[in-house]
Write a protein that binds this ligand. Sequence first.
Ligand code: SAM
Length: 351
Amino acid sequence: KIQAIAMRLIAEHDLPPQDLQALLENNSPQLRRTLAEAAQELCRVYYGDEVYMRGLIEFTNECRSDCYYCGIRRGNGAVRRYRLGEEEILGCCRRGYDWGFRTFVLQGGEDPQYPPERIAPLVACIRREFPDCAVTLSVGECSDDAYRMFFDAGAERYLLRHETACDGHYRMLHPLRQRPENRKRCLRTLKRLGYQVGSGFMVGSPGQSSAHLAADFQFMKELQPQMIGIGPFIPQRDTPFGHAPAGTLELTLLCLSLLRLFFPKALIPATTALGTIAADGRELGILAGANVVMPNLSPQAVRRDYALYDHKLCAGDEAAECRDSLALRMKNVGRRLAVSRGDAYGFPPRY
Ligand code: SAM
């Protein structure tokens, strides 16, 4: 029966939630291999052998939010706080451009010292200096006006994981004032404004069940994001979930394959968290259906302080300066690192 469900997903790219839940709960290594192979094949239909790379600039770890799982939450007094200035961020872009990056992802906590009025001119500045590059923002929940301001300044993509589609589970992971409906509202606004939108969730977050995961897929079927970021939850010792178990490699890889099969054209990264729980995590992610990698372009001096979870990778091939060895890793799994903006299939650049 499970085999038949898997075959139906491979043929139809859709399943009712109860069948998806059954697949998540009841699968063998053989079945996971079948799904991964089908996912990779489907990825090649739209993206060939190219893997897109993004230069990740973690520009501030100050945050007004207090997500219970996150190492840079406001309540964590043990983290050393930093904030990069505009010139430092432009310096990261210049280095990245020389290494072949054509997308810069500006990610940060929700930092009151970086209000929309400061972020928008920065985006415009990057777009002016690098007209052949895309800017992706990931700065959390903002007002509709702020999202419009960023878009008008030239940001074409936005990453905002929904984290969990189930309101009860969301409340378990966040303080009461952080409302699940606001996060969803933000995602819908971003879609409406014309962004390429990225959503996603952590695999194995505290309290997560396979029913929650099935609800995540259902939510994304409605949202139709162009990008989907998932990675294992990894505990950070100074947070309320510091002793919770991490998400597993197997379940993360399975979710990657299922996402590819449900959302054939999506841009799906093999994330840093995946590279953190397994030395060959990124390669395994690509083999499971991912097609994006996001090496770290932040200045060396602050990388350790963007400490979302314990033992987060920030050196070696996770670092943008190691592009060549990352390229080799991709070559070893039959893929090629592309020097391009890497837009979502059917989504032309806006400028
Ligand atoms: N502030 C922005 C936001 O809220 O989207 C962007 C930064 S936030 C730190 C980026 C992502 O890190 C979150 O969406 C969350 O899924 C992930 N993250 C945070 N803590 C994590 C943990 N302990 N393990 C794995 N991923 C984590």
